[in-house]
Design a protein. Structure first.
Length: 148
């Protein structure tokens, strides 16, 4: 079993600390080359997980591999990805929103869809303390996307 396969398996570890370490290593590897992209389908499945930590890891790894997506896999799942802008968990929502400028940067053909989803997002479901943070994240993501 190669190191990347072990790290992918580690994303589902019962210890969130261990899983987060695997996530960091996979994101770092994704910055260097396309070796992690081969696991894209796993990341896409992760965003359907009932566990918000697993969903978040999948969202972040999809965004981290956007620059390697020559197979247009993100294009195929973009609606499902964007549905996490207003996730049940505001932390997952925030991570999703913050990752969107990376997708728009490497997948400019999706920028209009991403922008539209951010503009229509309504974080009213969240408590006041989180609502303002999500609104700020949306504004910042739109600013970055519009600057591309």
């Amino acid at each position: 079993m190669n190191n990347h396969t072990e790290l992918i398996n580690g994303l589902f570890d019962k210890s969130d600390i261990a899983a987060y370490q695997c996530l960091k290593e996979l994101i770092s590897a994704s910055e260097k080359d396309s070796c992690v992209y081969q696991f894209f389908d796993t990341f896409a499945e992760m965003i359907d997980s009932e566990n918000s930590y697993v969903r978040t890891r999948g969202l972040l790894l999809i965004a981290a591999n956007a620059k390697w997506d020559t197979d247009y896999k993100i294009d195929e799942i973009i609606d499902k990805y964007l549905s996490n802008i207003i996730d049940d968990k505001p932390i997952t929502s925030r991570q999703c929103i913050k990752a969107l400028p990376d997708i728009a940067k490497y997948k400019p053909e999706l920028a209009d869809d991403i922008r539209a989803a951010l503009e229509k997002a309504n974080p009213q479901r969240y408590p006041d303390s989180m609502r303002s943070l999500v609104n700020n994240d949306i504004s910042e993501a739109l600013r970055k996307i519009n600057a591309l």
